[in-house]
Design a protein around this ligand. Structure first.
Ligand code: MN
Length: 189
């Protein structure tokens, strides 16, 4: 687990994002956060605490409660644990410039027989979210077994928290942390 790729991309003299360090593995339940990030394109970033960092995926379409939806989730560099508290604006000219919202947050449990890092290594992770918006079972599946493939699919499992109608992204657009809208965050309010 390393934050080198994360730190290389950012100028911490200019952005308020945390520089971060790799933390010791915690005994409490691991946390997750989903950032809504209006960079060059609006997308969502799913981050799961694992071995002292946040394993991270950019999800262009965001999560869906419909188990029939298989949304692309591109694995990106590990982020520091402190990043789960980041809500604000990445300044113009910096990596990922634009407003970042804590769209959802909470704890999660790995539902695999193997520990999380091993499950990821094998290209499939089942987990259960206890967030403010997202709950129940989810799966991340790598689209190919071999090579340097960063493409995964994020899929809702069929359970009580699944829904085949509606769009949680539109129904619950604001920050789970502060209640702010994307516009309010962009304006620095
Ligand atoms: Mn992002």
């Amino acid at each position: 687990m390393s934050l080198k790729a994360y730190q290389r991309k950012r100028n911490f003299g200019k952005t308020a994002e945390p520089k971060g360090t790799v933390r010791k593995r915690a005994k409490r339940k691991p946390r997750f956060v989903i950032h809504k990030h209006d960079a060059s394109r609006l997308h969502y970033d799913l981050r799961l605490e694992m071995d002292g960092v946040l394993k991270s995926w950019a999800v262009p379409k965001g999560p869906s409660l419909n188990p029939a939806d298989k949304h692309l989730a591109v694995m990106v560099e590990d982020h520091p644990l402190d990043y789960r508290d980041f809500e604000g604006v990445i300044p113009e000219g910096e990596y990922g410039a634009g407003p970042v919202m804590i769209w959802d947050e909470g704890t999660y449990e790995v539902m695999d027989e193997r520990p999380g890092p091993e499950a990821l290594e094998h290209g499939a992770l089942k987990f259960k979210l206890s967030g403010k918006k997202l709950k129940g079972g989810w799966v991340l599946v790598r689209t190919k077994w071999r090579g340097e493939n960063k493409n995964w699919l994020l899929i809702k499992e069929k359970d009580d928290a699944a829904a085949t109608r509606g769009d949680i992204l539109k129904e619950e657009p604001n920050s789970a942390r502060s209640g702010r809208t994307m516009e309010e965050i962009a304006a620095g309010g």
